[in-house]
Ligand binder design. Sequence first.
Ligand code: TRP
Ligand code: SF4
Length: 333
Amino acid sequence: MKQKIMSGMRPTGKLHLGHYLGVIDNWVKLQDEYDCYFSVADWHALTTKYDKTETMKEDVLNVVMDWLACGIDPNKATIYVQSLVPETAELHIYLSMITPQNWVERDPTLKDMAKILKSKEGMASQINYGLMGYPVLMTADILTFNADCVPVGIDQVAHVELTRDIARRFNNVYNTDFFVEPQPKLNNCSLICGLDGNKMGKSFNNDIKISDTAEITAKKIMSAITDRSRMRKDDPGHPDECEVAFKYWKIFGDEPEIETVECECEKGLRGCADCKRQLGAKVNERLAKIRERRQYFEEHPEEVEKIIKEGSQKARIEAQKVLAEVRKLIKMY
Ligand code: TRP
Ligand code: SF4
C-alpha cells in the first residue's frame, strides 16, 4: 500500500513563486509515489481572519487554481477544502482533550502569530480560543488521514513535531498504536527570496504571483536588487553580492547559463539591465505551461468547483473510517 501524505495551505488568495518553488512543486513530485491529501485550510484562515471573510470563496478558488496550474493532478491527489470535511472538527475536539495547554503555548509559530496580532489595533489583537487551537487543528488535519508524512516549509516543522507528540499521547491514553507518528518532510529546494531580498510575501509587496502575466513578471524582475556596489555596466560585478538577480539565476538557469552569467558579470561584460531582461525571459519560460493551465481553469471555474466537491467527498470517506476507529478507541457511545 502507498504511504499517505497530508499537507495544507491557508487560502491567502493568489499564490506566489515562494509557494510554488517552496511547497507546491514538491507536492507535484510526491503525488506519483504517495497517496496525497492536499487541503485548503479555510478554518485555519478563520483563526486570524474571522472578521474578513468576504473574499473567502474567491480565495479558496484561487488557491486551488494555482495548485492545478502548477501540476497537482486531481486524478492522482485528493484536493479538498478543510471545512467540507467536518470529521476533522470532531477529531479536533477529541485531540484537544488530551493536549496539555502548555504544549500549545510553547509552539513557536503561534508565539510569532500572537506577536504580530498584538501589534495590530482593535479586536483582532486579542488571541482567541480558536487561534490557540491552531496547532491542534493542524494535528487533526494530519491525523484525519493517519498520514505518514507531512511535506511542509521549515516554518511548519514545529507544528508537525507537536502532531507527533499528540499522536503518541493518544496512543498512550487509549492504549493503542492506531495513530502513526507522522514525519515532517522538508523540501530541499532553495528558498526564493522576494524582489527586495527579503522573504517573499504577499504583504511585503515583493512577490511574483503564479498568476502574473509574462509582461508583469518581466517588469517585476527588472526591479530586482543586484550588486549594489556596481555603478556602471562595465564595472566588474560580484555575483555573490548580487542580492536577488543572481540568486534567481541559480534557481531558474541551468549550469552552463549560470556559469556564463557569473563569468561575464565578474569580467564586466554584462550589464545588470540586460542580465535581468534575460532572466525575466528565463523565468517566463519556466512559467509558460503553468500560465496556460491557469488561464484554462480561470475560464472554467465550474470545473474547479467540481474538483473541489469530488475531492472533498473522497476525503470525507477516508476521514469517516478514521473517525469510526477513533470513536471506538475512546469508547464513545
Ligand atoms: N498551517 C499551515 C500553514 O499555515 C497550513 C496547514 C493547515 C497545514 N493544515 C495543515 C500544513 C496540515 C500541513 C498539514 O502553512
Ligand atoms: Fe547580478 Fe547580473 Fe548584474 Fe551581475 S550582471 S550583478 S549577476 S544582475
